[in-house]
Design a protein around this ligand. Structure first.
Ligand code: FAD
Length: 318
């Protein structure tokens, strides 16, 4: 079922959802299930599955030379979606990236998604590759998420990339896109970033999921500004509980987001990461309570491969 239909069906009730990352190559999918299992009691209508960008590794050729090879350390997004749907009977949503995929490869992934019965996809540009200083579009690929949304919308209208064929059964993907309450790191201003978000919605996006934020006011302001420029689709808040002391540096550095002073003080006062995890849980509970009281359609949690803290938060909220 489409995310937008889940929202309609919920009739104003806030629903629980979360994101998982595929296991690293060589690891067992059971590890992923072990993290999903404890969260199923909160009835998530959908689970998101991320896609990792390709990266370069250097392989020792044994003759003093190194071979540069391309690899994807966490493959299998669409297969994992199919197995989640099969195992838990919930919607699973693959993240699709511009980076690392030609438009043709993207079309094949979408065909797979359609045959597997996936009703939703999230369309993203992807970050820069680790060995590149900034995002470089893949040759023959989409440059921005808005272009990827257009490709998916075209397929929904029966338009394949190259084939002029009679389509008997149109695709009907519900399309999610990313939004940034504190603006995307490359954007010159929040207003410019909001115009880019509007372009994604105009191209066919049906809902927005936000980057993590720790100050609800930033989310509420973002939603107000989005509504003011005509973005009417649901805007689902993304929440990540802080879990280790190093997050105080990593999260601002990687995601260019601010952390509130009271959270920083509480984390700095912790004697170990076990205590930080408790602070992160308590903070996310308060954040979630306020968002739920404001009537957000979903509370969407970034689980980052561990679910004990998400379970503690969900137990207090749902
Ligand atoms: P876009 O919407 O294309 O925007 C990227 C930048 O380009 C922005 O600064 C925007 O303002 C600017 N821009 C857009 N259009 C134009 C234009 N026409 N001209 C000039 N500038 C323009 N990353 C992964 O690798 N895998 C994942 O699974 C993943 N999941 C995510 C899920 C969520 C909910 C979020 C919020 C992010 C996720 N990301 C993921 C990270 C995401 O890929 C990065 O934040 C990426 O840098 C931007 O992606 P986007 O889809 O927002 O890009």
């Amino acid at each position: 079922m489409k995310v937008t239909d889940h929202i309609k069906q919920a009739n104003g009730k806030t629903l629980f959802s979360f994101e998982v990352i595929p296991p690293q190559k060589g690891k067992n999918i059971q590890d992923l299930y072990n993290n999903i299992d404890p969260l199923m009691e909160f009835n998530p209508p959908f689970i998101d599955v991320t896609t990792s960008r390709e990266e370069y590794v250097y392989v020792d050729k044994g003759n003093g030379l190194l071979d540069k090879r391309i690899t994807r350390m966490r493959p299998g997004t669409v297969g994992i979606c199919a197995s989640i749907m099969h195992k838990y009977q919930v919607d699973a949503i693959p993240h699709l990236l511009c980076g690392g995929f030609t438009k043709e490869e993207t079309e094949y992934v979408l065909v797979d998604c359609h045959y597997l019965g996936l009703d939703n996809v999230v369309a993203l540009r992807g970050d820069a590759r680790k060995d590149e200083p900034y995002f470089k579009p893949t040759e023959g690929g989409n440059h921005y998420a808005s272009e990827l949304v257009t490709q998916i919308s075209n397929l929904n209208k029966g338009k394949y990339l190259h084939d002029d064929i009679k389509v008997e059964h149109n695709y009907d993907f519900c399309i999610g896109v990313a939004g940034y309450p504190e603006k995307h790191m490359e954007s010159p201003s929040l207003n410019t970033d909001l115009k880019r978000l509007k372009a994604k919605v105009d191209a066919g996006a049906d809902y927005v999921v936000t980057q993590m934020f720790f100050d609800n006011k930033k989310y509420f302001d973002f939603v107000d500004k989005a509504r003011a420029i005509g973005i009417t689709v649901p805007i689902i808040p993304g929440i990540k509980p802080l879990a280790v002391k190093r997050h105080l540096q990593i999260l601002p550095q990687v995601f260019k987001i601010d952390l509130p002073e009271d959270l920083i003080d509480a984390v700095e006062g912790c004697k170990d990461n076990k205590a930080v995890r408790e602070v992160g849980i308590e903070f996310a509970i308060q954040q979630s309570k306020e968002l739920k009281a404001a009537g957000v359609p979903f509370l969407h949690y970034y689980s980052m491969g561990k679910s004990d803290n998400i379970k503690a938060i969900a137990s207090a909220i749902f």
